[in-house]
Design a protein around this ligand. Structure first.
Ligand SMILES: [Zn+2]
Length: 305
């Protein structure tokens, strides 16, 4: 009896080890890609995101744990469009993980299939400091692009784990259904404010603004990634006043002083609008990112009315 019991325990242990082993180990550079991977992968994947939602995705300080995490990755998800070019390549090269050194399916560019905004007509010299030389890489901040990323991940996961392909398909259907429903809800909440003019710190709200009808009339940064000079701010203020900007949108990682100064000078409201999952404690997944951002913006605009 005792022996049978121990055998069955051993069986359970082996089954647990096997299923733990079978999980795809997915590493995402940014939490948005990680959040979508969780929706699609469900229990079949273990997802780790390197950057925090409160950080600037262009400039991530590599923590010592990053090399170990990348070393164990079965799949690496990065945005591409040069979003992570300042910090990721050295980590990938030093992680001693040949799986993620190559191209797809194990090294995935989430920008694949997404129409990028702000693609320069002429080559941009990155040495001038512009961190968007390949077009605007903040595409995850349009929930409609979430659908493209999710479909891409179904392809990737199904290739690496064909036994669970039907499950990934089913998760995609659930994700898309919920996204369609939420997109309609967010659009309805934003509709009364269509055409509202806003100033942003960085060129990171272009996708969100295009989706929900905000008009971006200027940036506090003179170029993406370049800190503002007093000359730039002094020239910006009369232009923004004339344009009738109502809000100044900044990410949680930005300094407050200059944006607040601009907001006060033009009679606008400063609003902290996270661009990524985890940018506020209430933003735990891809859907709550937009729940939160839409709530912040509509609450600020109602106060102004
Ligand atoms: Zn950027």
């Amino acid at each position: 009896m005792r022996m049978i019991r121990s055998v069955s325990w051993l069986g359970l242990l082996l089954a647990a080890l096997a299923s733990a082993h079978a999980k795809l180990n997915v590493v995402a550079t940014l939490p948005d890609y990680g959040a979508i991977a969780e929706e699609i992968g469900g229990d079949m994947v273990k997802v780790t995101s390197l950057a925090k939602g409160t950080e600037d995705p262009h400039f991530i300080d590599a923590r010592p744990s990053f090399l170990r995490i990348l070393n164990q990755a079965d799949v690496l998800l990065e945005g591409g469009a040069e979003m992570e070019i300042g910090w990721l390549p050295a980590l990938v090269n030093n992680a001693r993980n040949p799986k993620i050194l190559g191209d797809a399916p194990r090294h995935v560019l989430m920008a694949q299939g997404i129409p990028l905004l702000d693609v320069p007509l002429a080559p941009v010299d990155r040495s001038m400091g512009d961190v968007h030389p390949a077009g605007n890489p903040h595409f995850a901040h349009d929930p409609a692009n979430g659908r493209i990323m999710a479909a891409h991940l179904v392809e990737v996961f199904s290739k690496l784990d064909p036994a669970n392909a039907l499950l990934y398909e089913a998760n995609l259907r659930k994700f898309n259904e919920r996204l369609d429903q939420k997109l309609a809800e967010w659009a309805r909440l934003m509709e009364p404010f269509r055409g509202t003019k806003v100033v942003t710190y960085h060129k990171s709200y272009e996708y969100f603004a295009a989706r929900f009808g905000l008009e971006i009339v200027g940036q506090i940064e003179p170029k993406p990634g370049i800190e503002p000079s007093p000359t730039h701010i002094n020239a910006l203020i009369p232009r923004m006043k004339e344009a009738g900007a109502k809000l100044v949108l900044i990410e949680p990682n930005r300094p407050r002083k200059t944006p607040q100064y601009v907001a006060d000078a033009i009679g606008a409201k400063l609003v902290i609008v996270p661009g990524m999952v985890g940018g506020h404690e209430k933003i735990k997944d891809y859907f709550s990112l937009f729940d939160y951002d839409v709530a912040q913006i509509t609450a600020a605009l109602k106060e102004l009315k």
